[in-house]
Each structure stands twice: as C-alpha cells, then as structure tokens.
Write a protein that binds this ligand. Structure first.
Ligand SMILES: Cc1ncc(COP(=O)(O)O)c(C=O)c1O
Length: 384
C-alpha cells in the first residue's frame, strides 16, 4: 500500500468513529453574527468573550499600526523586528497582569512552549493537570523534564505525586486557569499553598482567564486573594482580547532569560504590527469599559440557568465556557447541525480534544450577546 492509501484508510477510520474533522467557512457579519453554509446564525462558539474582535477602537488602533509600521515585522524580534509597538504592548500587558515584565509571541501555543522549556529541563519534573490545554501538555512533553500527570483539579492526587518528586532539581506544576473545554476553574489559592509547602514552582495558562476573571479582567491572579504567586503566568491576546498572539509574564530576569533561550521567540518573525495595535486597542477598551466583564458573567449566568431549566447537564463552572455533555460523537455532531438549522452555531467537540465518551457541545458566551441572542439559543435548545 502506498502512503496515500495509508492516509485514506486512516481518514476512513476517523469517519467510521465519527471523529473526522472538516473545515467550515464562517463569514463573520459583525458582532456575534455570521453566515455559515448560506445560513445566518449567532455564534456561540468563539473565544471573543468581550466582543472586542471588531470593536471600532480596536480596528482603528490596528489600522494606525498597519499604516505606521507596515504589514509585517520583517524579521525576528532579535534581528530588526522589535518595533516601538512591541515594547509598548509588552509594558502595558505586564502592567495589566500585575507582573514585572512580559514577552509577546505570535501565538499562545508558542508562548506555552517557550515558558515551560525555560522553566524546566532534563534534571526537573513537571506535573500537569490531566485536562490542560494541548499546547501546555505539548510544552511539558517537549521540555525534556520528567512528565507526570495528576487527576483533573485533584489536589490530593497532586500532593501524592509531589511526594515522589523530591529527587529532582525543580518541580513545576503546570495548570490552566479556566479550563478551555470544561469551563471550570483551578482553585489557585489552594494550589499555590500546596506548591509553597513543597517548594514547587507554578505556571498558569491564563488564556481563558485574561479578560474574563478579576474585577477588570486582569485574570486568575486577581480572582483569588493569593498569598503566594505563580512563578510565571502565560496568557493570550487571541481570546477575550479578540486579537492574536500569546504572552508570558514573570520576573524581569526570567523574561530576559526567555528571549535568550526560547526557540519559539528567537526563530520566528515578530508579531505583526497591526496585531499589536489591535491588542493594545482591546486592552484600552477593557480599561475604559470594565463593565463588559460584568455583562459577560451576567450572560453566562442567564444561559446556564436557561439550559439547566431545560434539563441539560451543565457541569461545574460559572464562567463563559459551558460544556453540554452528550457522550456519543455522532450524536454531538447531529445536535450541532440541528442547532445550526435554528440559526445557532455551537460546535461539537470530540476526542482527542476531550476524553473518550465525553463528546460535547462547547458553548461559549460573549458580553456582545444580546438578550435576543440568548433567547434564540434557549429556544433552539428547546427544539432539540
Ligand atoms: C488554554 C489555552 N492555552 C493556550 C492556547 C493557545 O493559544 P493560541 O490560540 O493563541 O495559540 C489556547 C487556545 O487555543 C488555550 O485554550
């Protein structure tokens, strides 16, 4: 059999298991509206939690940066691709996250790879929550540190595993803040206290907490009254801030070390100026309109209550990410198709993104959803 035949066969197997993925064109129409397969719909599957992706100020700031600096950074940041707008974005991000310093990356995935590899290596151990995002898991695996997994949000299990790690130079606990597929939150205060007892470092992936948690969307470290702080916090501009890119926040000396060591920073072109402009615009809007965060949580509460009243199983969590657990892969896809017929786009999430037997509709809410959008969603679920 040729390699093409092998590939056909593998794709066929995916089809048979209801796991084949397809690209779908989503023609965004402004706000949370879009056209999909020539059908107008409301998006309940984006990470645009604050509705900033097309905010006029964000677009204007992005355009200004495009015209001032050109389309691309033209080189790696360490060559000649470090523009004043990169520096400005990093200073403002550090200040927003309450950190000493920050380094921005073209994607959050790259930021995770960089941060973990800079924190741990061959002589170390990394303990990873079972349901961490794939980019954080990949980062842990690629770091060459001994890789250990603890049960999701289970601090007793983490404690048990920490006892086995004393022979290593450093122990790093790596966790998502707000889990991307389950919508539940790490109990960061308790985890930090445990880490402190065991002299372990903590790195938090705050991709979904940034713009969502804390009184002004600063993220997980502003959500809990912490006594001890994570060594490093990673976040993204690509979710609530509606733009693109990732960042790592931490002590200045660590950021200095990162830009000397991180392959995903050194060997890639700097973030495009227009993207930096959009992120700066989003941070500005968030600063001026912190009520967006409140609106997001109100919308999430309304939807949770509405779906639970219809008898849907919505597990833990209170924020904007809501899994409706279906179980069967094909059934989840069918439900998503029926919802689209009713003008609602919610995507079915299947293994390996989520554990086997837990295929789900991953609903995500935005501050930009109107009351009418929410009513439409609940009515669509009523018809399922
Ligand atoms: C928890 C988490 N971390 C990191 C990432 C990667 O971010 P990006 O999409 O900017 O690469 C994502 C999203 O894709 C995520 O959900």
């Amino acid at each position: 059999m040729s390699w093409i035949d092998d590939i056909h066969e593998e794709l066929h197997e995916l089809d048979a298991q209801g796991l084949r993925r397809h690209l779908r064109v989503v023609d965004v129409l402004g706000g949370m509206k879009a056209s999909v397969d020539n059908k107008d719909c409301v998006l309940f599957c984006t990470n645009n939690y604050l509705g900033l992706a097309d905010h006029p100020k964000v677009l204007e700031r992005s355009q200004r940066a495009l015209l001032r600096y050109g389309a691309g950074a033209q080189a790696s940041r360490l060559v000649s691709g470090h523009f004043p707008i990169h520096l400005q974005l990093e200073e403002i991000t550090a200040n927003f996250k309450g950190a000493e310093a920050c380094l921005a990356f073209p994607t959050g995935y790259m930021a995770n790879l960089a941060a973990v590899s800079a924190l741990v290596g061959e002589e170390d151990v990394v303990l990873c929550d079972r349901l961490n995002h794939a980019s954080l898991i990949d980062a842990c695996r690629m770091s060459k540190a001994k890789f250990m997994v603890y049960e999701h949000l289970n601090l007793d299990d983490l404690k048990k595993q920490l006892k086995k790690t004393e022979k290593y130079r450093r122990q790093l606990i790596a966790t998502d803040a707000l889990f991307s597929m389950d919508g539940d939150l790490v109990p960061l205060k308790k985890l930090m206290d445990l880490a402190h007892e065991h002299d372990s470092l903590v790195m938090v992936d705050d991709a979904h907490g940034t713009g969502v948690l804390g009184p002004e969307g600063q993220g997980i470290t502003h959500h809990f009254p912490l006594k001890h702080y994570p060594a490093v916090v990673m976040g993204t501009y690509s979710k609530a801030l509606g733009s693109m890119g990732g960042f790592v926040c931490g002590p200045r000396i660590f950021i200095e070390y990162l830009l000397n060591k991180a392959r995903t920073f050194i060997y890639t072109t700097g973030l495009a100026p227009a993207v930096c402009g959009a992120s700066l615009g989003a941070l500005e809007v968030l600063h001026e309109e912190p009520k967006r965060v409140e609106r997001l949580w109100e919308n999430a509460k309304k939807i949770r209550e509405g779906l639970r009243a219809l008898g849907h199983d919505i597990p833990r969590g209170a924020g904007p990410i809501m899994p409706v657990i279906v179980g069967d892969n094909e059934e989840a896809v069918k439900m998503s198709e029926k919802l689209l017929e009713e003008g609602i786009l919610v995507v079915a999430i299947r293994p390996p993104t989520v554990p086997k037997g837990t295929a789900r509709l991953r609903l995500s809410v935005s501050a930009a959803h109107t009351d009418a959008d929410i009513d439409k969603l609940i009515n669509a679920f009523k018809k399922l």
